[in-house]
Ligand binder design. Structure first.
Ligand code: SAM
Length: 308
């Protein structure tokens, strides 16, 4: 396995040069058609981490289009265990947030009391929790997240700080203090985590020194995966998940129907609608349906409103 800490300076210079060359193109990365703002090497590392740890819950701060969240959920699906909750302050892309039976969303600022309360409810009782910080990359925000979200990470699992490569590490030198500086301060103040540089084995990672492993014995989630063979019961689990997905879709349809009913009620209470009803009542009294007079009136009306 490549050890990033043992590269000679001239080797590190080559890696950094490629990192800078590649960086402008990383936005063109998709998982199942959805944009994932990640380095593909890091996605592969997440896959390995999920298989090793089998987390019960992955908390992702920063959803954007949902590509990375869907990737994580897909790997949980393949492993047969775990769920993902992804938080974003902006759900303007809300309607197109990708659906996956193992993925849910929370809207809000990651550091707001409401969000922290919601996440602490979700992690309660979980054996293995993995956290990924990928939202606001300014140092002070990330440092506060390290403090608040570090406590949700279970022993032996990871707190991944994304995008520590900015501010000249080695990209975007003009960024200003960011995730790397937050990691440095956090590691001076806390002894709970160690930096695991073995997760940078592909040499290029957008998260240099960003894979923080919580000290202590890991408690893995149950193993339901063996050499690509679905575990017994996996079939049933998949069916249950399809039922869950269908239930969510039904719920969305019900909400849409309810909002249509509300729109209908609004229309019926409007002055325009009431005047139209009055006009129809008068017309039916003066020109009863199925009479020659009413037929003549309808023909005249159609001729008047037609464009010819
Ligand atoms: C780098 S993108 C996330 C990328 C995504 N994880 C991926 O890999 O595809 C950052 C996201 O964080 C969100 N964000 C920024 N500040 C936030 C905050 N304080 N709380 C929650 N979300 C925030 C933004 O709306 C944006 O969608």
């Amino acid at each position: 396995m490549a050890d990033i800490t043992r590269l000679r300076p001239e080797e590190q210079a080559v890696v950094d040069a490629f990192h800078r060359l590649y960086y402008p193109f990383f936005g063109d990365t998709r998982w199942m058609g959805v944009e994932a703002q990640k380095c593909p090497f890091d996605l592969f590392v997440y896959q390995e981490l999920i298989l090793e740890l089998r987390p019960d819950l992955i908390v992702e701060c920063g959803t954007a289009s949902g590509g990375s969240a869907t990737f994580l959920a897909s790997i949980c699906q393949l492993v047969g265990h775990g769920e993902v909750v992804s938080i974003d302050i902006d759900n303007s892309a809300g309607k197109s947030q990708p659906l996956h039976p193992r993925l849910s969303y929370v809207q809000g600022d990651t550091l707001s009391p409401d969000t922290l309360q919601r996440i602490s409810e979700l992690v309660a009782g979980k054996q293995c929790v993995l956290v990924i910080l990928d939202d606001d990359h300014n140092r002070d925000h990330v440092l506060e997240e390290l403090r608040c979200y570090g406590r949700f990470v279970t022993n032996g699992s990871y707190l991944v700080v994304e995008d520590s490569n900015v501010n000249g590490n080695p990209v975007l030198p003009e960024f200003g203090p960011g995730p790397m500086e937050a990691i440095e301060t956090f590691m001076q103040q806390s002894n709970e985590f160690e930096i695991d540089r073995s997760r940078e084995k592909f040499l290029i990672s957008f998260n240099p020194k960003g894979f923080l492993k919580k000290r202590g014995e890991a408690r893995h989630g149950p193993s339901q995966y063996e050499a690509g063979v679905p575990a017994p019961g996996e079939d049933l689990l998949q069916k249950l998940e399809i039922i869950k997905l269908q239930a969510r879709m039904m719920n969305e349809m019900r909400l849409k129907l309810e909002s249509m009913q509300r729109d209908k009620a609004l229309m019926e209470n409007s002055l325009g609608w009431q005047m139209l009803q009055r006009y129809r009542g008068l017309r039916n009294r003066l020109l009863p349906a199925n009479t020659p007079l009413r037929r003549w009136y309808e023909q005249l009306r159609l001729r008047l409103i037609s464009k010819d």
